[in-house]
Design a protein around this ligand. Structure first.
Ligand SMILES: O=P(O)(O)O[C@H]1O[C@H](CO)[C@@H](O)[C@H]1O
Ligand SMILES: [Mn+2]
Ligand SMILES: [Mn+2]
Length: 383
């Protein structure tokens, strides 16, 4: 049995009931992006996008997918929290964030471990931080450290100054330090290249995650299923539970590699993350670019649907919002997308799911694997 799950990173379906606690009242990534960009998504509409109760889009009478929206119960609105919950981990406490930068103790240990100084250590937008500190980095060779509203320790270096393997080594050293009371969800390598204002080398980005508790991916792996992670998926779960990892350079590359892998043999899960929606357009508050990226995905959807075998399943989900029309540059606390497709089966309204973990529970049941953790499977509604 072939199951494919694709995460459209940050494509939120409107504010969650607790959005106020996150300062995100009124956020609505999908509606605001479609409004601002004027883009229409005919193939996603045929899967039921406009039938999701919070979404404003055409609602064709005949849809061939099942649709709903996902509530996030974990305390957070970042990629790690969302993805871990998809696969059965509900976090009661948010990952620690460092809105004033990292404490002296941490930075002293980091400096001793890497043997050079460092720059910045503040919350920053990744494209701004290289403009403001890039030249100094080139002069001194000191890596640029920055964070955000997410639980991240990000290290930016120029490819001509710091070899990429050295940057990854800095990240591993930071990862070893940032445990226990300083346990950030991710340490992220953010290399850049070229001349001022510089360009980020997105294809060389690497995420060094905390190790998650046991997830559905471990259960699938133990049951002998194929578990193929595409894009940053294996990084997000600290490489736990995968039989295969496929790196991608951007959304289009992720779509093409997913298609290729879907068309080859496997028995289990192909699990893809498409991050450009978030990294290139959401955080950059670029609704036009965001709309075009959605259109690009929509253009390829017929080919993806045609690659789902008769007894297979496709699931499209999103891990948080990142409304490109609201102030700031951070994620927004929103419902996750839920669209599923099974060839020849009718369309079912899957309603509002109580937790992202329903996705993992459903994948496990579809593949005949026992999952003892959180989540309620909706597989019986799709059969
Ligand atoms: O501004 P850039 O570097 O894209 O960083 C963004 O990407 C990080 C990880 O997804 C987020 O925490 C946010 O800071
Ligand atoms: Mn994300
Ligand atoms: Mn992000």
């Amino acid at each position: 049995m072939k199951v494919t799950v694709i995460v459209l990173d940050s494509v939120g379906m409107g504010e969650l009931p607790d959005a106020e606690k996150f300062g995100d009242v009124g956020s609505h990534t999908i509606n605001h992006t479609l409004e601002k960009s004027g883009v229409v998504l005919p193939h996603l509409a045929k899967m039921g996008l406009g039938h999701i109760s919070t979404v404003k889009h055409d609602r064709p009478e005949q849809v061939h997918g099942s649709y709903g929206r996902l509530q996030e119960v974990s305390a957070g609105k970042d990629t790690s929290t969302g993805h871990w919950e998809f696969m059965g981990v509900q976090l009661e406490h948010p990952f620690r964030t460092f809105s004033d930068g990292f404490p002296k103790e941490v930075m002293d240990r980091f400096e001793a471990a890497i043997g050079t100084g460092w720059l910045c250590n503040l919350p920053y937008s990744g494209t701004e931080v290289i403009k403001d500190y890039g030249e100094e980095h080139i002069k001194t060779g000191f890596p640029i450290v920055y964070t955000s509203a997410d639980s991240v320790f990000q290290i930016a270096t120029h490819l001509d100054v710091t070899p990429i393997e050295t940057l990854y080594d800095y990240c591993q050293k930071a990862r070893d330090i940032l445990q226990g009371e300083y346990a950030v969800a991710r340490v992220i390598a953010r290399p850049f290249r070229g001349e001022f204002p510089f360009e980020r080398a997105g294809e060389l980005r690497r995420d060094f995650s905390l190790t998650p508790p046991r997830t559905v991916l471990n259960a699938l792996h133990e049951a002998g299923k194929d578990v193929v992670g595409i894009g940053k998926i294996p990084d997000i779960y600290d490489h736990q539970g995968f039989t295969e990892e496929i790196h991608t350079d951007n959304n289009l590359d992720g779509i093409q590699k997913t298609l290729k892998r879907m068309q080859q043999n496997f028995d289990g899960l192909v699990f893809t993350n498409l991050v450009d929606f978030d990294a290139k357009f959401g955080h950059r508050r670029d609704p036009i670019g965001y709309g075009n990226a959605l259109k690009e995905f929509d253009d390829h959807l017929p080919e993806i649907l045609a690659s789902v075998p008769d007894d297979g399943m496709l699931v499209l989900i999103s891990d948080h919002g990142n409304d490109p029309t609201v102030p700031g540059t951070d994620h927004t606390r929103e419902y996750g997308m839920l669209l599923t497709y099974r060839p020849g089966k009718g369309a079912v309204n899957l309603g509002e799911r109580a937790t992202f973990a329903d996705v993992g529970a459903t994948v496990a049941e579809a593949l005949g694997v026992k999952w003892e953790g959180p989540g309620t499977s909706f597989w019986s509604e799709l059969k």
